[in-house]
Write a protein that binds this ligand. Structure first.
Ligand SMILES: Nc1nc2c(ncn2[C@@H]2O[C@H](COP(=O)(O)OP(=O)(O)O)[C@@H](O)[C@H]2O)c(=O)[nH]1
Ligand SMILES: [Mg+2]
Length: 199
């Protein structure tokens, strides 16, 4: 987070993380669609339309005094590009972990979560806001949520929430995003920064 007192701008960085094909790009596009900015998502895609490096877009909010500029990224889930991920994850204020609820993706979600966790020292990972979106809720063959939560030791984390999404039709996407922003600003209030948003 960068707070520019002079220009009254706050910069946030939010990252959509998760295994390949879990629905990160779809979630991001759906989010920007809510704000009428679907065209503003920049993706670097391969010929088969999988994200090559990352998707990126900015959403701005404004109140009387302050401007809030939210930089939003999604990482690539393809192992070949694993090298771009630490760069994207740097300076992150909040993470939306997009899990693929398909029973066949169970293990890949766990691996991806552990990978994410390993980028940060434990206290830092605990500190920033995290939301797990169990995406693809429309599927019939989903893994049991409790199995997943147990496997990643969900109870051991702070600043974490669980949401259910269907990125394909936008269900839960905006709510998850708003929840994450609220969590980020709750943290700021704790440090008694004089901010108030009512976008
Ligand atoms: N059934 C279903 N499919 C989804 C959902 N979200 C994304 N997908 C599909 O999953 C595939 C991968 O999505 P994409 O957003 O490219 O995944 P990414 O690799 O995480 O960016 C695409 O075929 C999407 O249409 C969802 O909520 N339900
Ligand atoms: Mg993608």
């Amino acid at each position: 987070m960068i707070i520019n007192q002079l220009q009254k701008i706050i910069h946030l960085k939010i990252v959509y993380f998760g295994p390949a094909l879990s629905g990160k790009t779809t979630s991001l596009k759906s989010l920007f669609n809510h704000f009428g900015k679907k065209e503003d998502v920049k993706s670097i895609e391969s010929s088969i339309s999988r994200t090559l490096f990352f998707d990126y877009g900015i959403i701005m909010f404004q109140n009387e005094q302050w401007q809030l500029k939210i930089n939003i990224y999604s990482t690539t889930g393809q192992d070949f590009y694993v090298i771009t991920r630490p760069t994207v994850l740097k300076g992150t204020d909040g993470i939306i972990f997009v899990a693929d609820s398909n029973i066949e993706s169970f293990k890949r979600n766990i691996i991806s979560w552990k990978e994410l966790e390993n980028y940060y020292p434990k206290n830092i990972f605990n500190d920033f806001a995290k939301i797990i979106c169990l995406n693809k809720q429309d599927l019939v063959n989903k893994f049991k949520v409790n199995d997943f939560l147990k496997e990643i030791w969900y109870q051991s984390y702070k600043n974490i929430k669980l949401k259910y999404t269907i990125a394909l039709n936008g269900e839960g996407i905006l709510e998850s995003f708003e929840q994450l922003i609220a969590m980020i600003f709750n943290k700021i209030y704790k440090y008694e920064m004089p901010l108030k948003f009512n976008n």
